[in-house]
Design a protein around this ligand. Structure first.
Ligand SMILES: [Zn+2]
Length: 440
């Protein structure tokens, strides 16, 4: 960015012409024609800019034939080998010359050597380029982490067999959605279950393997539609006994999916550990365990989607605790329960759904939310087993988590501006403290 700035300061933007195109058209709506002129070199050029676009990903199930599955698996294997060799090249180059290789250099090496390597012909060229981009990204992330200096920093790793599970077609016509299914270059037309319509312009397609299942993930650019945001505001207390308690008193039960499957999982894992290393039976057993894990993962994800969707549809402002989940998992007695609840995933789902709906999510400091009385503000010490908040100062009696949820809402910032940049509540004065009576 800093390299671009002096150039920009020398540039005059001459004219802006707004094109308002229909949604889904090429290029996207709200497109500007911009004429730039560089002061020093008198260079003029016409550019296209667009604004207000967001991206999201749609995931669909793919049903490849056996032949197509073999082709996909072969492609993944070629990509994996290319990934590892690109990683090795960077490592060698650094050790020999003290300088790493960049993406552009590696792409030109790939282009020059493609003719000599037969297997590379079976894979679409842009898919191969994307592999090099992934190597580049993992190095960028590595350097960033080194710079941040947070604890141990892992060097980008080689991918072992079966550990490379996706390939990306960065643009059409490498892939195309046709009435017959998904057409992939060098693979063929795969059966695709389009269970929901895609809204927006499809940019990239990533084919993903999940054990024996295949998925297509489309990254889509779309223009958010402004909708009315509900005025209701809510605070959420996340817990282990109940998954969440809202400041209006609603309780969302904790389904504890992992705990329910734990017995079966333990038995299968024991079976796996008894199998001889490298045997076919061990491989089969590993698939059984992985499928069980996937089942738990999918149940949990489904639950999180449903809860976050309901919250975003009914509330315009949501206050949550800013939990240090990584730190909490270090407590061994609670680690499994916390991981099973999956608060991190839930908060991610909530954040992106809220952004799309124009609702605002605010994280507040979590200290003493269960101790402080939500009515009078006095501290009422409790142990973990005290489930009811009985205040000796004002006499209020509330469920412990309900009291905490009200505190969380009270603690949230007083200027309630939603994601559209509008005040979420009519007649709301910024200095007014959210009162527990209103929140309830
Ligand atoms: Zn009180």
């Amino acid at each position: 960015m800093t390299a671009v700035l002096p150039y920009l300061s020398q540039t005059i933007v001459y004219c802006i012409y707004l094109l308002n195109l229909a949604p889904g058209s090429l290029p996207p709506p709200k497109t500007f024609f911009v004429l730039f002129e560089h002061r020093a070199c008198k260079l003029k050029y016409l550019g296209l800019c667009w604004s207000g676009m967001k991206t999201k990903t749609y995931k669909y199930r793919l049903y490849p034939t056996r032949k197509q599955t073999r082709a996909l698996e072969h492609t993944l294997e070629v990509c994996r080998v290319l990934y590892n060799s690109a990683l090795l090249d960077r490592k060698n180059s650094y050790e020999k010359t003290g300088k790493g290789l960049g993406y552009c250099k590696q792409a030109s090496i790939l282009k020059a050597n493609k003719g000599k390597v037969e297997v590379l012909h079976a894979v679409h060229s842009q898919v191969l380029q994307n592999v090099l981009k992934r190597v580049d990204r993992s190095f960028q992330n590595f350097f960033r982490r080194v710079k941040e200096g947070k604890g141990k920093v892992g060097y980008p790793r080689f991918k072992s067999e079966g550990r490379y599970d996706s390939l990306t077609y960065p643009q059409e016509p490498g892939f195309q959605i046709t009435p017959q299914g998904l057409r992939l270059s060098k693979i063929g037309t795969l059966k695709l279950k389009l269970h929901r319509t895609i809204e927006g312009r499809v940019k990239t397609c990533t084919v993903r393997r999940d054990l024996n299942r295949w998925y297509a993930c489309f990254s889509v650019e779309y223009e958010p539609v402004k909708k009315a945001v509900p005025a209701k505001e809510v605070g959420i207390d996340m817990g282990l006994k109940s998954f969440a308690v809202l400041s209006d008193g609603t309780t969302v039960a904790n389904p504890k999916y992992l705990r329910k499957s734990e017995k079966r999982l333990k038995r299968k894992q024991r079976e796996l550990s008894r199998k001889k290393k490298g045997s076919t039976n061990r491989r089969k057993s590993r698939v059984v365990v992985a499928r069980l894990h996937r089942k738990v993962r999918e149940q949990r994800s489904d639950f999180h989607h449903k809860v976050s969707r309901k919250l975003v549809n009914t509330c315009g402002f949501i206050a949550v605790e800013d939990l240090n989940i990584k730190g909490m998992v270090k407590n061994h007695r609670l680690a499994k329960s916390i991981s099973d609840a999956g608060w991190g995933q839930f908060l991610n789902y909530l954040a992106y759904k809220a952004e799309e709906a124009g609702c605002r999510v605010e994280k507040v400091p979590p200290h003493y939310t269960s101790v402080i009385c939500s009515v009078c503000g006095e501290r009422v010490p409790k142990t973990l087993s005290d489930r009811v908040h009985d205040c000796p100062f004002c006499g209020v009696s509330l469920d412990r988590d309900h009291n905490a949820a009200i505190n969380i809402l009270n603690r949230a910032g007083t200027a309630r501006i939603n994601a559209w940049g509008e005040t979420a509540l009519q007649g709301f004065s910024p200095n007014q403290e959210a009162s527990p009576v209103r929140a309830r």
